[in-house]
Write a new protein. Structure first.
Ligand SMILES: Nc1ncnc2c1ncn2[C@@H]1O[C@H](COP(=O)(O)OP(=O)(O)OP(=O)(O)O)[C@@H](O)[C@H]1O
Ligand SMILES: [Mg+2]
Lengths: 343, 392, 373
């Protein structure tokens, strides 16, 4: 029942596409080390949609960027591995890693509004990626054909590719980013808050389309969001992060029905429609800890209404609770019921 | 784009009219009768010229009439007659000097922008924030170096100590004593040939920048460059016209090295510092992360994405650089006794040759205005956002 | 100035409440403002101090500041006597001499003048024969105990001239900077506040001014006017104040203008003059101080160039020191007569560069985006 063995079980025996185990990532700063990702393990199968949720600053983007090895310069990988179809990405040379980017794993960035270089046409920026990764290279007509198809796929007029980024609306830009992410036939797309800056209607449309594309093309996708409702809509499995740690992991339905970590529980109870009218909403008080000096024991204990002496002293490991659900809490078994006994 | 350009052009012309008006009022009207005094008291002015000048100035006429006459004459190309080189018309002198200044100015501008940009690019790319202090202080030191002092240090080092380069002047009179060409003829030939070469070089590198094939890019960049240089050399060594002029053209070019070097070094640091900070800022942009994620090679991220975008603020700074480099050119010409617009400006001011001084200044103004116009166009080409906003 | 393109996007946040709180303009508003200014000065100093480049510049400025006051001290204490050390009229009556032996006589074939005699200012007695030795008074003399940086060809003390030159540079720089800031903030704020015709007129004017090569203009002005140091300072200040500085400060004032406290003041019935002088100008002030620094750099350089070219005449200035070296033909003999050129040339570079460095350091205060965490 250690974290290391967790992923394979969850993926239900299928050979996982991606297997992250014991990943530790810290940022070097002038004032000390920021422990942004601490012993995170999970796995992701082919054609699977996984969600990663958590409050702002809990390390979601750091995990995502690690998969592409794009974390900022001051990031240090202390331990762990990221296996992509059995190859440890952390062990590759920069040259080798370059071949994995976009061809295997592509990404829709947080705040994709700025993902476009303002001085080149949108189509040109996508073409540039395709030019790098198709071997043998696509011919000119093939490239154009593919571009047109991509734009239609994401619901854009192919003529849009001849425009400059500033000539597109936010929604169009985001759609074009998705087209770019799909351009090199990746196996995994990481979508880091893909719809945050958009209005609700466009947001829903894009999510819907993304979901469809993912299913049609048999892609894996890693959704990152702090919005539980979005995650519920589009994912098969979910990981909940708190202060750099993965605190709960399991099938989305299970986790939503019966969260096993107090943090997930509190997050979910803020969405009445999902948690049902039976439970009264409980608010999450306090702020996330400073990752320069995270609290001892369970990182959540200062904010946990049910924290015990054990929580304060000992760090809980990932423990299997249900058939495929895992949580890092000493009192995982009691979690949902405790909600009714709040002071 | 066309509409934008016409609008800018009209603005430029209007600005020039204002500029000329202000200059005229400043120099001819404000000092009261001091101009008249200067004409009367200047021993360099031949008596008949004094008469003509005083009449031309029409100091007894109403101010507006004087102004109208001046403007009228100006646009007919009549800027009066120089006193020191009497009776040579000012326009004639300027016509001879303008190309020279233009060459000095353009060569230095292109060299220092290019060098500063490349240096700034690599500094930002390689070292990030490290060495910031040394680079900044070194850069600012060079940037605020007192130009004449710096120029004389260079002259002292390269010409006096090492004896490699000529100390000053436009050409070596000894060598030209019985030359079959006039200096200006050779100079203009040199000017055109070099300009064509530079344009061809630029086209080749632009084409290389546009292509995406690795091999093709290399071939275009290096092969194209080599071809252009070969053609340049062939002209001077292979053709009859070139061979005859070669030593004279070489002498002029030889005399240009130090002035260009001075201007380049002095101005280079400012561009370098600006490029560096602009590039560091660009490197923090999301689209750089996107480019990395797309698995583009590092060189491509640096040149096509980071540097190309970091170029925008650097190009904006050209607007201010036009005035700065003209100023620098004026000082450099004076220091090297290099006979261009700046040199006549200063010598005419020192010898109180007012028509020549005003004429030179007016043309320096024209130069600055054209420079601005070109920079505007350039910026429009570089930044698609401007291009479109200005459309409609 | 290349740096001008780095426009800050907003004013410092702590400034807005200041003006808002004082909008009413009670009796003691200036006391509060003074207190707040003192506080923000202390905070800003903390930020500035972290910037090594800026501090380095400040140290150089302090050095020249001390240099500028030293002559007063020296003359007052009697350490220097005006007769010898005055930068303009001083003269070393007892210069060091060098014993020389006549080796050969070189006569210029064209002019038939003894070349060496010309070079030495005719100080070799005609009666001298080859093989004779004679005492040659050394003027310019190299540094010694009496003249720490030597003397110039007229027998005047270089160090004294250098110190007085620093004084002139400070005077020039400060006057030019103050004029720039007064004009620049006013023009910028007025253009931003009124917009429309006023704005486009002022901005077109500014466009014109930044296009004109300043040194060339000053040279031409020199053709018609005979001007003094403070004229020059004012002209430079006006050119920069109506030109580049106005453009930058206008965009800053525009950013301030849309802040809620301006609307509040307007609703409360504040007149245009009140809003411009009590709200806009105080808020663009910090940025204008930055441009003060760049103006000083430009002013020092311009003056040095004009003096060097002999177009502008003052009593003492660094440019003039180099002008003398040039007209007397010592400029290219750097190795033998370094004290005639190097101290003055370096002084111009150092002091103008130092103001530029301080400006860059201040950029971080005024422009928080540049601050490192
Ligand atoms: N380059 C860096 N240097 C130092 N600390 C960093 C760096 N980047 C991120 N951090 C810190 O690491 C932690 C995790 O950041 P990360 O961006 O991964 O969070 P996130 O979950 O994506 O947040 P959000 O929802 O706001 O995007 C944060 O506390 C952040 O302050
Ligand atoms: Mg994030």
């Amino acid at each position: 029942m250690t974290a290391d063995r967790l992923p394979v079980e969850v993926s239900g025996g299928r050979a996982p596409l991606l297997e992250v185990s014991g990943l530790v990532l810290r940022y070097d700063t002038e004032v000390g080390e920021v422990s942004a990702v601490e012993n995170v393990s999970f796995s992701l199968g082919r054609a699977e949609a996984m969600g990663l949720v958590g409050e702002s600053g809990c390390g979601k983007t750091s995990v995502a960027l690690s998969l592409l090895r794009l974390a900022p310069d001051n990031a240090r990988y202390r331990s762990g591995s990221i296996l992509w179809e059995g190859v440890d990405l952390l062990g590759l040379s920069d040259q080798q890693m370059r071949l994995y980017r976009w061809a295997e794993i592509s990404m829709v960035f947080q705040g994709a509004m700025n993902a476009w270089n303002p001085v080149y046409r949108v189509g040109e920026q996508i073409r540039e990626a395709m030019y790098q990764h198709f071997d043998p290279p696509l011919s000119k007509p093939e490239t154009n054909q593919r571009l047109d198809d991509l734009f239609r796929l994401v619901g854009l007029d192919p003529a849009v590719q001849n425009r400059y980024p500033h000539e597109l609306s936010g929604g169009m830009r985001q759609r074009a980013v998705i087209a770019m992410a799909l351009s090199c036939e990746p196996k995994l797309i990481i979508a880091d808050e893909p719809t945050t800056a958009l209005d609700v209607i466009v947001q829903a449309q894009i999510l819907e389309e993304l979901k469809e594309i993912q299913e049609d093309l048999g892609l894996s996708i890693l959704y990152i969001s702090h919005d539980m409702a979005v995650i519920a809509q589009v994912t098969d499995t979910i990981g909940v992060m708190y202060a750099g740690k993965l605190v709960e992991f399991g099938p989305t339905r299970e986790v939503f029905r019966r969260p096993r970590h107090p943090y997930s529980f509190l997050l979910l109870s803020s969405i009445p429609s999902v948690t049902g009218p039976r439970r009264r909403p409980v608010s999450l008080e306090g702020t996330p800890p400073n990752l320069l000096a995270p609290p001892a024991g369970c990182r959540f204990h200062p904010r946990c209404p049910w924290a015990t002496e054990q929580c304060r002293n000992d760090e809980p490991p990932m423990m299997q609770i249900g058939p495929s659900q895992w949580a890092a809490c000493w009192n995982a078994e009691q979690v949902p019921e405790m909600g009714d006994q709040l002071p | 784009m066309i509409r934008y350009l016409t609008r800018r052009l009209v603005q430029m012309v209007l600005l020039f009219l204002v500029f000329l008006t202000v200059t005229w009022f400043l120099l001819y009207i404000l000092p009261g009768d001091s101009v008249a005094l200067k004409y009367a008291g200047n021993p360099n002015i031949p008596p008949e010229a004094r008469e003509v000048a005083l009449e031309r100035l029409g100091l007894d006429k109403p101010v507006l009439i004087q102004f109208r006459d001046y403007m009228f004459n100006f646009f007919q190309g009549d800027l009066g007659v120089s006193f020191n080189q009497y009776p040579r018309p000012v326009v004639d002198i300027i016509g001879e000097r303008l190309p020279r200044t233009l060459v000095l100015f353009l060569t230095a501008l292109v060299t220092y922008y290019w060098a500063g940009f490349v240096a700034g690019k690599f500094l930002a790319w390689r070292r990030g924030n490290r060495g910031e202090m040394a680079v900044t202080i070194g850069g600012v030191g060079l940037y605020s170096m007192f130009l004449p002092f710096f120029a004389f240090m260079l002259i002292w080092f390269f010409s006096v100590q090492l004896g490699w380069l000529p100390i000053s002047k436009f050409l070596d009179p000894e060598q030209w004593r019985d030359a079959p060409f006039a200096a200006n003829e050779v100079f203009m030939r040199l000017f055109w040939v070099t300009l064509l070469t530079a344009i061809a070089m630029f086209m080749a590198s632009l084409a290389a920048h546009r292509t995406r094939g690795r091999m093709l890019e290399r071939i275009l960049r290096w092969g194209g460059g080599a071809l252009v240089i070969a053609a340049f050399l062939f002209y001077w060594f292979g053709t009859e016209a070139g061979q005859g002029m070669r030593i004279y053209a070489g002498d002029i070019a030889f005399h240009m090295i130090l002035p260009v070097l001075t201007l380049t070094l002095i101005n280079f640091a400012g561009v370098m510092l600006l490029t560096r900070s602009s590039m560091l800022e660009t490197l923090r942009e999301d689209f750089i992360l996107t480019a990395r994620a797309k698995g583009l090679p590092e060189g491509m991220i640096r040149d096509r994405h980071a540097a190309r975008t970091a170029l925008l603020p650097v190009a904006t700074s050209l607007v201010l650089a036009v005035a700065t480099v003209i100023d620098g050119g004026v000082i450099t010409e004076a220091v090297f006794s290099w006979p261009g617009m700046g040199e006549i400006l200063i010598s005419s001011v020192l010898s109180e040759d007012i028509p020549l001084a005003v004429g030179a200044f007016a043309f320096i103004g024209v130069l600055a205005l054209i420079g601005h116009f070109v920079v505007d166009v350039l910026y429009g080409l570089l930044d698609p956002r401007i291009r479109v906003t200005e459309h409609g | 100035m290349v740096e001008m393109t780095n426009l800050p996007e907003d004013p410092r946040p702590e400034d807005s409440p200041v003006s808002a709180a004082i909008g009413g303009g009670g009796e003691s508003w200036w006391k509060i403002r003074l207190a707040l200014m003192r506080r923000s000065f202390r905070d800003n100093w903390k930020i500035f101090r972290r910037n090594k480049v800026g501090v380095f510049g400040l140290v150089i400025i302090a050095f020249w500041g001390i240099m500028a006051v030293m002559p007063t001290v020296f003359f007052a204490t009697g350490f220097w006597t005006p007769a010898v050390y005055d930068p303009v009229t001083g003269l070393e009556l007892d210069p060091p001499t060098r014993t020389m032996t006549m080796v050969e006589r070189i006569t210029d074939p064209n002019t038939e003048i003894d070349r060496r005699a010309v070079l030495l200012d005719g100080r070799i007695p005609d009666t001298l024969q080859i093989g004779d030795t004679f005492e040659l008074p050394l003027q310019p003399a190299p540094p010694d105990g009496r003249h720490w940086l030597g003397t110039d060809p007229l027998g005047r003390d270089i160090l004294s001239q250098l110190m007085h030159g620093a004084r002139a540079s400070f005077f020039l720089g400060i006057v030019a900077a103050v004029v720039t800031v007064v004009i620049g903030t006013t023009i910028g704020s007025v253009a931003a506040y009124f917009g429309g015709m006023v704005d486009s007129f002022l901005m077109r004017l500014a466009d014109l001014l930044i296009m004109i090569p300043g040194v060339a203009l000053l040279i031409v002005i020199g053709a018609v006017f005979t001007y003094q140091l403070w004229h020059l300072a004012v002209v430079i200040g006006v050119l920069s104040g109506f030109g580049g500085t106005a453009i930058v400060l206008k965009s800053q004032a525009l950013a301030v203008k849309v802040k809620p406290f301006i609307d509040a003041a307007r609703v409360a019935g504040g007149s245009a003059r009140h809003i411009i002088f009590y709200h806009l100008i105080p808020n663009v002030m910090p940025l204008s101080v930055l441009y003060m620094m760049f103006t000083v750099t430009g002013a020092i350089q311009s003056e040095a160039v004009l003096s060097f070219l002999g177009i502008f005449n003052t009593d003492t200035s660094w440019g003039l020191m180099m002008n003398l070296a040039r007209t007397q033909g010592y400029l290219l003999q750097v190795a033998d007569f370094w004290w005639l050129t190097v101290p003055a040339g370096l002084a111009v570079t150092l002091l103008s560069g130092a103001f530029f460095l301080v400006g860059r350091g201040m950029d971080e205060i005024v422009n928080p985006r540049l601050r490192r965490r």
